[in-house]
Write a new protein. Sequence first.
Length: 282
Amino acid sequence: MGAFVSIGEGRLLQSHGLTSQVYVPILRAIFQEKYSEGCIAIDFSLDDVRRAAEKLGITARNPADVVYRMRSRTVLPAEIIALGFYILRQVGRGKYRLEKAVSTVIDLPDTKPIEALDLTPIPVRRLLPEDLADVDEQALLTVASYCKLFDHFTGLRIYRLRSHVRKSVVGIGQAELDELDVGVAFRDDEIPVVVPIEAKAVADPVNRVQISAMVAFSGDYFPDHEVRPLALKVDERGLMHILEFNATTEPSDLIVVRSACYRLVLSEKQREFIRHTRPVVL
């Protein structure tokens, strides 16, 4: 823990995704058909997606992918957001809902970076890009785990339980977690805290729907445990941000309760190994 010190400051940026040229027209058509003044939620189904695609002459081989892409990979159409509908989520098998909220994504808090030694073992670190802004979500989780960032952030001893979890959850359908960890405060025989984690590379934003789905998953499969949902996000400067949220299943009620930003420091020897190996960006 002694390797962490506060340094520097700066404005943090986060990409909000790209506007799709394929999925946007479908969602826009559904919204225009179902919206009425004063409504706060719009329910629709896969059948609505298929009908809209057919009417627009768009081939949708996997209609469910239309919703998945729009809720977690790109921003919603401007005219939908303008009316206050920022949330798109699954509410059952083949059932979806647009809801009013203050935003779709979670902006990164402007916090001073904490400097930490990069403790990733050389055989692993030399196969990853030198700049963490170039790594994907699973690589971020690997580095954060080796460097004990989750331990430092939570004040718990953190253990990895599973990676890339995908399970059905009552009321929302399928939930995906990049990692599922558990933490204990002092002794290994204590009741573990469930720590679901969503990791995001540079190009992907932290999405409210994904975080709330992690909480719903944890409540279904670990009903008697405290839940501390986290997001791990790397920005364009290679800084690693950890955000903790309130454990709510309602995306519109989600707030950041704690956050920290880490800058991992490599030694010259580590950099030499990395450059000699010439790691491939996967």
